[in-house]
Design a binder for this molecule. Structure first.
Ligand code: ACO
Length: 326
């Protein structure tokens, strides 16, 4: 069987920082509340002329470079996002054109914050069957474009950014060991954007009701996240034949420091075993995990032979975890 792993990682975040102090000027909140309840200090915001495919492009160029391949070598592009440039064409097609990846098939994947893990699972499948050699998987978001900056429950959480990886064959014994993907559509209303689709097409009414923005039941999403982060990671470990003690580095979805801490507790891990960068970027949905992974690689925190667990949850509801031998 072909072993599939990550050949290169890349990330991009826009220059502009949105600090807690600035948010204090927009809504009734304060730095202390945001830091203690979420761990977030600032987020990045895309420039007016930037859209998700632009962020995806920057991260992808770096990932290709790190993998030592060219755009011509890419067989498939998967972009996980809830903030595509537009309904269609897909952001993956826009990215394909920007990269000049003429031989690549391309599609977007919608699984909210779990999208990147779903994307990895797809890519591994395509490569294992022998259908493709190199797959570019990107998580990219401009959440600032769908965030209601009058809603203090949500506007403190979200930011913009992108992370990309190139998947391909790796030496035997390394690479992805298992995936655990899940969904619970009964929790769909806990986290969603109602308007602008075929159910409630954009109209004056959807705009006036602010249905073009993210709406969220924070408390229930929090409870779901705490439950599922630990269980998804444990199930992925079990099907890989690994145990909690084998984990060298946890790369969790970056939604809330308290959610990450409870996952660490459940997995008997100390905080230094987790990659945490939400203080600087907030929650970047599908981009959070690849952004954290690329930064961990940049910082030299990932060494050959390390056991990584990537785990995320999000709207849908959805969740996903994978065990990866680096
Ligand atoms: N500043 C000050 N006070 C606030 C703020 C704020 N920004 N936001 C909420 N509050 C208030 C609330 O109104 C509430 O007041 P009340 O008790 O008078 O009603 C109080 O603070 C406590 O609110 P809780 O919701 O209980 O606060 P909690 O500790 O749960 O933190 C938070 C809220 C941060 C939203 C948390 O629930 C959370 O992180 N949930 C998960 C959210 C998440 O991860 N969403 C993204 C999923 S990923 C995706 O797919 C995009």
């Amino acid at each position: 069987e072909i072993s599939v792993g990550i050949l290169g990682t890349g990330k991009y975040v826009p220059e502009r920082r949105l600090t807690n102090q600035e948010l204090e000027q927009k809504v009734e909140t304060n730095d202390e509340w945001i830091v203690t309840r979420t761990g977030i200090r600032e987020r990045r915001i895309a420039a007016p002329e930037q859209a998700t495919s632009d962020l995806a492009y920057e991260a992808s160029v770096k990932a290709l470079d790190a993998a030592g391949i060219t755009a011509d070598d890419i067989d498939l592009i998967i972009v996980a996002t809830i903030t595509p440039d537009m309904f269609f064409p897909s952001t993956a097609c826009l990215l394909q054109e920007k990269l000049g990846a003429k031989k690549a098939a391309a599609f977007d994947l919608s699984a909210a914050c779990s999208g990147f893990i779903y994307g990895l699972a797809n890519a591994v499948g395509f490569i294992k069957t022998g259908m493709y050699r190199h797959v570019l998987v990107v998580g990219a978001e401009c959440l600032s474009r769908i965030t209601d900056y009058e809603d203090r429950n949500t506007c403190i959480l979200f930011g913009d950014g992108a992370g990309a990886v190139v998947l391909g064959q790796v030496p035997e014994g390394r690479g992805f060991k298992s995936f655990k993907l899940g969904a619970d559509g009964s929790g769909g209303e806990l986290l969603r954007i109602r308007g602008g689709g075929s159910r409630y097409p954009s109209s004056e009414e959807t705009i006036n009701n602010r249905h073009h923005f993210i709406e969220m039941n924070g408390r229930d999403v929090f409870k779901f996240a705490v439950r599922v982060m630990g269980s998804a990671a444990e199930e992925a470990l079990e099907s890989a034949g690994y145990s909690k003690a084998d984990i060298d580095l946890l790369i969790p979805h970056q939604a809330n420091i308290r959610i990450i801490q409870s996952a660490l507790e459940r997995l008997d891990l100390s905080e230094d075993k987790a990659m945490i960068n939400l203080d600087r970027y907030g929650n970047v949905s599908a981009a959070s995990i690849p952004l954290a992974l690329a930064e961990a690689v940049e910082e030299g925190r990932v060494k050959e032979g390390d056991c990584l667990v990537l785990v995320g949850f999000g709207g849908g509801l959805t969740w996903g975890a994978t065990v990866l031998k680096w």
